[in-house]
Ligand binder design. Structure first.
Ligand code: HMG
Ligand code: MG
Length: 284
């Protein structure tokens, strides 16, 4: 008996490491991605082509993509805030990219120095160019429950941003509880609103575990039909522009939980534990 497939999208090498203060050597980043490549993921986010002045840890993302040993069947993903980042990601050989918007104005300004509307104006040419080369584009929505600057965020606002990203051509919308403020009931209210505008099969949950509720939020999302979850090995993660944002839900814990519930993730728990050890060591 199985409850069917659930995919874990590994974001540790990007969301996990971007917030670390120690300057992590390139070789360590590459080794982590190579280890994760052995775990059975279909998608690993391992690069971010943002301004190195804003996020110094992600400088050298091109070298990460150049240095890893690519495994068949794995797509290596990169974050891109604008056309400049998109072009760098394509040149570096990213298999897919992600644009990231916020459901709240305050976080949008602090994170990318632009309003939500300005962010969409930056994304339009990215989606246009990606379409020409058949490059998959994922869309993130941040602050889907609460913003560290503006406070609670209305589900309708999240739905509006998700709808716009989906209409632009993002193949999947990842819903980010950036500061881990969500609870099963607020996550469910948000999902019910978003499900009205984007098919649930195109949604992913991206839950930070600041208050230890990420796993309960995963369960609430499973009950509403979400079958893709972002996670970071070792529970790494956070965002430099979201004070209080702690790590993503830990991949190894999420995989164990889903497996216990009889979902099929296709991941090797032993490899995940090894990768989690590496991630914790890298944290320093
Ligand atoms: P800006 O300063 O407003 O941009 O930054 P600008 O266009 O005025 O350019 C200023 C300088 O940045 C110029 O260089 C540009 O060339 C350079 P200078 O002439 O001063 O030497 N620049 C770039 N360099 C490299 N790559 C680029 C790029 N673009 C411009 N792509 C910008 C605007 C968006 C660039 C900046 O605010 C930025 O990089 N922000 C990054 C924010 C970030 O990475 N946040 C973390 C990821 S989001 C997240 O973690 C949430 C998520 O996990 C989901 C969740 O949890 O909710 C996804
Ligand atoms: Mg995040």
């Amino acid at each position: 008996m199985s409850l069917g497939p659930v995919e874990i999208f590994e974001v540790g090498p990007r969301d996990g490491l971007q917030n670390e203060t120690r300057e992590i050597p390139l070789a360590e980043k590459i080794a982590l991605v190579d280890k994760l490549s052995q775990a059975g993921f279909a998608r690993i986010e391992c690069a971010s082509f943002v301004s190195p002045k804003w996020v110094p840890q992600m400088a050298g993302s091109d070298q990460v993509l150049a240095g890893i040993t690519r495994r068949d069947g794995v797509r290596y993903a990169a974050l891109t805030p604008n056309l400049q980042g998109y072009q760098a990601a394509v040149a570096a050989g990213a298999d897919e990219i992600a644009v990231f918007a916020s459901a709240s104005e305050g976080f949008s300004q602090k994170n990318i120095n632009a309003s939500i509307e300005e962010a969409f104006a930056r994304f339009a040419p990215i989606l246009e160019e990606a379409r020409h080369i058949d490059l998959p584009v994922r869309g993130y929505v941040s602050c889907v429950v609460e913003c560290p600057y503006d406070g609670p965020v209305a589900p309708a606002q999240v739905a509006a941003v998700a709808d716009k990203l989906f209409a632009m051509g993002c193949y999947e919308i990842s819903l980010g509880d950036t500061i881990g403020a969500g609870r099963p009931d607020s996550i469910a209210r948000m999902l019910l609103a978003v499900r009205n505008v984007v098919p649930v099969g195109r949604l992913a949950g991206h839950y930070h575990d600041t208050h230890g509720r990420a796993m309960a939020n995963v369960d609430a999302s499973l009950a509403l039909g979400v079958r893709v979850f972002d996670a970071a090995v070792g529970g790494l993660g956070g965002c430099p522009f979201a004070p209080g944002a702690a790590g993503n839900v830990a991949t190894e814990a999420l995989n164990a939980h889903l497996t216990h519930l009889t979902y099929k993730t296709g991941l090797d728990q032993a490899v995940l534990e090894e990768a989690a050890d590496m991630a914790r060591t890298m944290r320093g």
